[in-house]
Write a protein that binds this ligand. Sequence first.
Ligand code: AMP
Length: 391
Amino acid sequence: MARLWGFEEIRTPTFEEAGLFSRGVGENTDIVEKEMYVFTDRGGRQLALRPEGTACAVRAYLENNLSQKENSRRLFYIANMFRAERPQAGRYREFEQIGFEIFADPSPAADAELITLALAILNEYGLKNPALAINSIGCPNCRGPYRRALKEALDKIAGELCEDCQKRLDKNPLRCLDCKTCGPKAQAAAPAFALCAQCAAHESTVESLLRSNDVSFKKDRSIVRGLDYYTRTVFEISAAQLGAQNAVAGGGRYDGLVELLGGTPTPASGFALGVDRVIEAKTAGQAVDSARGRQAVFAVMVKPSSATLDYAFGIIHDLRKQGIAVFTPGYTDSMKSQMRQAGRSGAELALIVGDEECQNQRVVIKELGSGQQETVIRAQLSAHLKNRLNS
Ligand code: AMP
């Protein structure tokens, strides 16, 4: 999918200087305040296990002058992230994200493209009915006045807000809107957000690009995203089949971040998709697909002499080269144990090779379901298997 959308892969280190995240993600975010794994290395440096990938991608983009390379403006990563959260279903302390970032493109088309990409990945993977919600959180010009108006409105109900939200009131009142506990109360009290003309135009282009490509979405003013660096477009995709932690992907535009991290002002936009949750959402209530299944055989070796081991090993190697999955047992296991492993492997057929088969250049094929078996000539084995496995 990344190739189809023109993204290059970037791999960044598992840990970064801790300051990158406090500067880039924001001092007052849950990630930096409560969830970062910070440690001091032997050189006395403060490092952090990466809690998210965008700041890492921006750092690498700047350090490697990727802005000079036109084909490096679209980057993606697949990486493990670390957050010291209270573990629960769908929320882990180590989890995996696939993230996409587009640098140096201020257009609403870039945002719409990222949204269509996130949905296309979910669709390609087979996730049913992902729900897209979008919002605009404006730019520093229109967000400033809104922040003040929101603070004033929320100050009036401060007593009803949770402890975290009372702190957020001074630092970032927008975050009260997506608080798990007082979000609905805060949204009810919040004044309408009047976007400036440029932000409103940006928002309406994103929406019309989505509409004209048959992407349905809900506009949700409560989506503000936890991170300080977002501007204008923000979005979240959720999967109803998950419980409380139902967000599978989220992102948006972050026009101020590259400059904040020391680069020249560079608009940017991106999203991250939570791999663990996407898998859970698809497999909720289903047996997990196994790599072991059809198209596979299990090789059973009957007390092999060295010539027989050599013969069996050659057959296994050949079949794998031809794209047939071959599972092998513990080589020294008893025949009985090997057959038991074959039965449990999910493979359809077992290939049985002993000294006699080796001498005659033959292989016994046993259908594991019915127990029926036949003997075939080695030279015809792969054609024979392909035929049977595809039928
Ligand atoms: P965020 O970086 O917080 O915007 O998260 C992007 C996506 O990563 C979310 O939509 C989730 O699917 C996933 N995610 C975030 N935090 C966790 C976590 N602690 N455990 C598992 N997945 C997570």
